[in-house]
Design a protein around this ligand. Sequence first.
Ligand SMILES: *Cc1c(COP(=O)(O)O)cnc(C)c1O
Length: 367
Amino acid sequence: MIPFLDLKAPYTELKAELDEAIARVVSSGWFIGGAEVEQFEAEYASYCGTDYAVGVANGLDALHLALRAMGVGPGDEVIVPSNTYIATWLAVSQCGAIPVPVEPDELTFNINPNFIESAITSRTKVILPVHLYGQPADLDPILEIARKHGLRVLEDGAQAHGASYRGRRLGAHGDAVAWSFYPGKNLGAMGDGGAVTTNDPKIADRLQVLRNYGSRVKYVNEIQGYNSRLDPLQAAILRVKLNYLDQWNSKRKKIAEIYSNDISRAKLVLPHVPEWVDPVWHLYVIRTGQRDFFQSKLNSAGVATLIHYPIPPHMQEAYGYMNFGSNVFPIASQMANEVLSLPMGPSLTEEDAKIVASIVNSVIHSV
Ligand SMILES: *Cc1c(COP(=O)(O)O)cnc(C)c1O
């Protein structure tokens, strides 16, 4: 069986360095905040080319607290993609605000800037594009719309560590980027972790207070904040892994190249990469009208696949109270029925990628 993703591989690869980093934290006796977290924040900000990186507990909190830092509150509206992972929407709901879904471009899977303006109302505060599957959304037109309407832009970068848009790495094209270091992401911890990068000192300052009980000075609380801290153990692990991120992303790129060159486009739609993005292939997602048949055939032939995501947020029971009709977001609904993610990760070998491609081709011929 060719696995979808090997989560043990980074530890096997970097055991000595990771053991050293873990032992350093454990023996320091410093388990909340401190130098390890600050150093990771400085290193990640530098990697992203931003003035600030603020560590938080996970990617959902990064989104939620960044929205709060931008002043989003009850009754406000935030524009989100209709085809994202539910965390993007939950972050908006957790502010008491309303997620306003906008359909994606069918080729790139990312929010379609042409549909954004008609979703803006007097209550809209933020546009929240997601760099889905590791490919940057088309930011320039989104930023232009935001300027025109006086809105903020928060990017969901949870799947796109190291990706570039028009030659510049993600980090602060918009007002801020929210990151997740969930173990399966391109830069993953050995547990939960998250961060927000920004060039805006007010957003960074607000986040530092929000993540720490609303407190700047111990036992002095300015606002009703949260407990959302990046764990120093995870920070130490992330510092090691950050040094390998570019190398790992290159390996993903190589796998994607093999898939794109070798897989026949006869009955499948392969990922489309516009020339102005440099994606990091968090996922390699194909589309087919016979997805379920395809997935079971691949599974019997020894290729593990996953579906990202089988139910769009507007069809989830969690959002039942918003009473979305069953066909209000037909593109998101169709994608949920047609997308299939092939094995992808830095430890997948080129030989295995070629095997996957040839099995996919043989399944195509049997459809
Ligand atoms: C993983 C992910 C998140 C949430 O990250 P967690 O660290 O699991 O909270 C948010 N948005 C997207 C698009 C994601 O893929």
